[in-house]
Design a binder for this molecule. Structure first.
Ligand SMILES: Cc1ncc(C[n+]2csc(CCOP(=O)(O)OP(=O)(O)O)c2C)c(N)n1
Length: 601
């Protein structure tokens, strides 16, 4: 028997229905091997995907997707589901890469994926909406939201639970409980699931009738169920299918199941880097350079050591935001509030109101979107000087459309008083963090998860709203946001080959924009180029255009950034190329746009 024979024959879920339990178990092993082999090369969400193989196989065996609808929360754990729904192809080999599958649910990939997902806590609300529409349409399919234990730290999940009618039929909530978020799960709700998980395992459907946390919310409970026992899963799901009321099945799984290294360190293997397929050791990075998030984490340790008033808040992203060391050294001054961005921001408002505390909210750009109103009312309107370290700003190459951090300038700049800045390197990151506390205004410091240079020992104090000329030329002015100054520099050199001497400016601040500097430069330059890893709608370019419209001299502005469309996952190089953000493409675009071709040799 070839090692992948069953998996190869299980291309569609219909075929899976005829598999015997023995074959299903064999299939589970094949799927794990397939996931490990691909993740070893590409990296990806290894631990969560190894944890739910039995569960996903059982769901596909018992139910009929896509008629019955599986709604995965976050959907980073859909690899088995993908393999069982016609996607065990070369596109799976290239998952998260150019022309490969998405690492998340993706409706354009397959009718078995009903929603795009990537931001946590949406599955219950989406599933409830579907189930209500199904009932209005008098249809009879099952709706099955599959949520992680960390989903229960999202307010959105509770809003959905609060709306669950007790007579809702064919609604099976699968709580895939591996006791972990990315880091350890946090908060009071964790104690509820822990307590339930410690009860004796059930091996058949037993609907709890005693008052219970979920039962009181109209969601009868069954569990805990061993999520790696396929026979039990098949039995319980089969029985749950026949119920005439909603049910929550509490399924216990282990992150990284079957690989001891991943089981022991599920945090590192959550979003795993490429690793050796048999030793599971990570492939060493040949040229390790510090990244913006790493330098941020280091800076926070340095500041917290000096200043007992520094407090930091993270919504469930301590590891990704490089705050583990800070948390270890100053546990009482670092708050992981769970997957609760709205609460994180409002909570920061509370912390900052208490006289003297310097509050840093470390938050991914894409998840900051959740907290817009909290930012407006509970921080900005209160005139509280919270510093937002906006991580993963820019394109989230492998993660794709759900994760790009390319919208936050547009909503942040609508807030009166807000400061928005972006450092081009580690030195500036350090200087901006230090300076931000002196400005006394809510401040967003945005940076990508990219390598950069470490700061030197001496730091320059950074005045609010001051940009910097990095290279003085004439005629063409390139205003480059943050790390893109390297692209601007390389483009400048390419333009020089054509006899064009461009000026390169780092605005540092998007709000307040350095209008004084721009005023001067607009007098001596007629071709203005803005480049940014942000949506063109509402980004740096828009700010510069608004300024240019009020300026007396005749300048033409070319904005280069992300167009008004959703951007799929791909490699950094190919995305930058497509967006004309590679030096060669940018040079061509500049020459064409300003009709400078005459300058070509
Ligand atoms: C709104 C939002 N905030 C943060 C994240 C980052 N994130 C991705 S997966 C994850 C943990 C998910 O844990 P759980 O739902 O229990 O699933 P598991 O990976 O443990 O299977 C987090 C915090 C996110 N996807 N969405």
């Amino acid at each position: 028997v070839k090692p992948t024979s069953l998996l190869n024959s299980a291309l569609e879920p219909g075929i899976l229905k005829d598999f015997t339990p023995k074959q299903l178990k064999e299939l589970v092993g094949e799927i794990r091997a397939r996931i490990v082999n691909v993740m070893a090369v590409n990296g990806g969400h290894l631990a969560s995907n190894l944890g739910n193989v039995e569960l996903s196989v059982a769901l596909h065996h018992i139910f009929s997707s896509p008629k019955d609808r599986f709604i995965f929360d976050v959907s980073h754990q859909t690899y088995t589901h993908k393999l069982l729904t016609g996607r065990n192809t070369s596109a799976f080999d290239n998952i998260r890469k150019n022309r490969g599958l998405s690492g998340f649910a993706h409706p354009e990939e397959s009718p078995h994926d009903h929603f795009y997902a990537g931001h946590a806590g949406t599955a219950l609300s989406l599933a409830l909406g579907l189930a209500h529409a199904r009932d209005l349409a008098k249809s009879d399919e099952h709706v099955i939201p599959i949520i992680g234990d960390a989903t229960l730290t999202c307010g959105l999940t509770f809003e959905a639970l609060n709306n669950l009618p007790k007579e809702l039929k064919r609604f099976i909530v699968i709580l895939n409980d591996n006791a972990m978020s990315i880091s350890e799960n946090v908060g009071g709700v964790t104690h509820i699931t822990e307590e339930l998980a410690n009860k004796p395992l059930v091996e058949t459907l037993q609907v709890e009738t005693l008052p219970s946390f979920f039962g009181d919310l109209n969601l009868p409970y069954c569990g805990p169920i061993d999520g790696h026992n396929l026979d039990v899963l098949l039995k319980v799901l089969n029985q749950a299918k026949e119920l005439d009321h909603p049910i929550l099945l509490h399924v216990l799984t282990k992150k990284g199941f079957s690989i001891p290294e991943a089981e022991q360190d599920p945090i590192t293997y959550h979003g795993a880097k490429p690793f050796h397929p048999t030793t599971y050791k990570f492939v060493p990075n040949p040229t390790p350079k510090p990244t913006f998030p790493k330098l941020f984490g280091k800076k926070m340790v340095e500041l917290a050591k000096k200043d007992p008033y520094i407090v930091t808040v993270s919504p469930a992203m301590l590891r990704g935001s490089c705050l583990d060391e800070l948390k270890e050294l100053f546990p009482e001054r670092v708050f992981d509030v769970g997957i609760a961005e709205g609460h994180a921001v409002t909570f920061c408002g509370g912390l900052a109101k208490y006289h003297g505390y310097k509050v840093v909210c470390s938050i991914y750009s894409t998840f900051f979107q959740r907290a817009l109103d909290n930012l407006f009312q509970d921080v900005c309107l209160q005139r509280l000087p919270v510093v937002f370290a906006v991580d993963r700003s820019g394109l989230a190459y492998g993660d794709g459309a759900t994760h790009h951090g390319i919208y936050e300038i547009s909503f942040l700049k609508a807030m009166p008083n807000m400061v928005i800045c972006q450092p081009r390197n580690g030195q500036l990151l350090s200087e901006l963090i230090e300076a931000a506390f002196s400005w006394g205004r809510p401040t967003a410091i945005r940076y990508p998860n990219l390598p950069t240079t470490a700061p030197a020992q001496t730091l320059t104090p950074r005045p609010l709203g001051k940009g910097e000329i990095l290279h003085q030329g004439s005629e063409v002015l390139i205003i480059a946001l943050g790390h893109l100054y390297t692209i601007a520099e390389e483009t400048r050199l390419l333009l020089l080959e054509e006899g064009i001497e461009a000026t390169v400016v780092d605005p540092i601040f998007i709000k307040p924009l350095d209008t004084h500097l721009l005023n001067e430069l607009f007098e001596t330059h007629s071709c203005i180029v803005t480049i940014e890893e942000h949506a063109l709608n509402g980004g740096l370019g828009t700010e510069v255009n608004t300024f240019a419209a009020t300026h007396s001299s005749q300048v033409q502005v070319l904005n280069v950034g992300i167009p008004d469309t959703f951007i799929e996952h791909s490699s950094q190089a190919s995305l930058l190329e497509e967006l004309d953000l590679s030096p060669a493409r940018l040079k061509k675009k500049i020459l064409r746009h300003f009709n400078l071709q005459g300058a070509l040799k």
